[in-house]
Design a protein around this ligand. Structure first.
Ligand code: PDD
Length: 291
């Protein structure tokens, strides 16, 4: 049984309990983060902490802990939860809600005691050969709200879209908002259009993915041309490569879109280059060369 952190205590998972009056349960009134861990080291912890702060600010909830305290809890859980499967890749999941109020009431309670939860899960080692097989995707209308930059635990839109993709035999949905590509149901989207790597610009239509930012940084360092710009569903349909990015899926090529092959139906050369750069970046983290 894994050990988790809940409101100041370290507990076995089955003993971690919250009230049914928790506003996370009643209203999805909270935010979360998912941070990948390689060789016991958290990838881009600073950036994840900054995004957590931004999400908390956006929902007007005070950060209950300092960055140092968040890191201490994560490091303790990582030590308490050695991997049982192959590899040592993990991810840290953390969640903060507006806590328990005496009564169900939409307005904020006068006094807030945030509920703070963290757990560590194993992440199956990501193998390049497997990734190269790629996945299929479908385009769907982005039915979500107007604050997609907040990493909110209110994921009903996302899960319905993901399930609709699964029901259609696809691994992930690519969301279209007024003709423009925003992101995946739980990932950011990249396309190679006229040999340029393109991804939608930051704003309230998509989550500012930490993996997305890292890919752009690595593209800049490695002379891969990229643009953060709006691009249309039409451009996506004729792109020579399409990728998903996320902390848990890393960089995943899309080889089939809406039942048709993407280019020749295989992962493309820019993905091949980027995945090697990304793996090298992970190797540096494992060896302690970078944070
Ligand atoms: N989700 N967009 C959405 C809607 C997401 O849910 C995610 C990640 C991303 C990618 O963000 P990042 O690179 O920081 O992981 C983009 C996580 C993994 C999840 O909900 O489990």
């Amino acid at each position: 049984m894994s050990n988790v952190y809940l409101n100041g205590e370290y507990l076995p998972l089955d003993q971690a309990k919250i009230s049914v009056l928790d506003r996370g349960f009643l209203f999805a009134d909270g935010v979360y983060e998912v941070i990948p861990v390689y060789g016991g080291r958290l990838l881009r912890m600073r950036e994840h902490m900054q995004r957590l702060q931004n999400s908390l600010d956006a929902i007007r909830l005070e950060n209950p802990l300092t960055n140092t305290q968040w890191l201490e809890i994560a490091e303790k859980l990582l030590l308490d939860n050695p991997n049982s499967g192959p590899g040592d890749d993990k991810y840290v999941y953390l969640q903060v809600t507006r806590g328990v109020a005496a009564k169900r009431n939409h307005g904020f309670p006068d006094e807030v005691n945030q509920t703070v939860f963290m757990m560590v899960n194993e992440m199956a080692p990501v193998n390049k050969e497997e990734l190269r097989q790629g996945v299929s995707a479908i385009t769907l209308d982005d039915i979500r709200w107007k604050a997609c930059h907040v990493k909110s635990i209110s994921l009903l839109g996302n899960i319905l879209l993901r399930q609709q993709a699964h029901d259609n035999g696809a691994a992930e949905a690519i969301l279209i908002n007024e003709g423009l590509v925003t992101e995946g149901a739980a990932s950011n989207v990249f396309a190679v259009i006229d040999d340029v790597l393109v991804t939608a610009p930051m704003g309230n239509r998509l989550l500012p993915g930490i993996t997305r930012d890292l890919i752009l940084e690595l593209a800049a360092e490695n002379n891969i041309n990229y643009e953060e710009r709006d691009f249309t569903e039409q451009e996506l349909l004729t792109a020579s490569e399409i990728w998903f990015s996320s902390s848990t899926k890393e960089i995943l090529p899309v080889v089939e879109l809406n039942g048709k092959p993407v280019a020749n139906g295989q992962s493309g050369p820019i993905w091949e280059k980027m995945i090697d750069i990304y793996q090298a970046c992970k190797a540096k983290l494992r060896s302690g060369e970078t944070s």
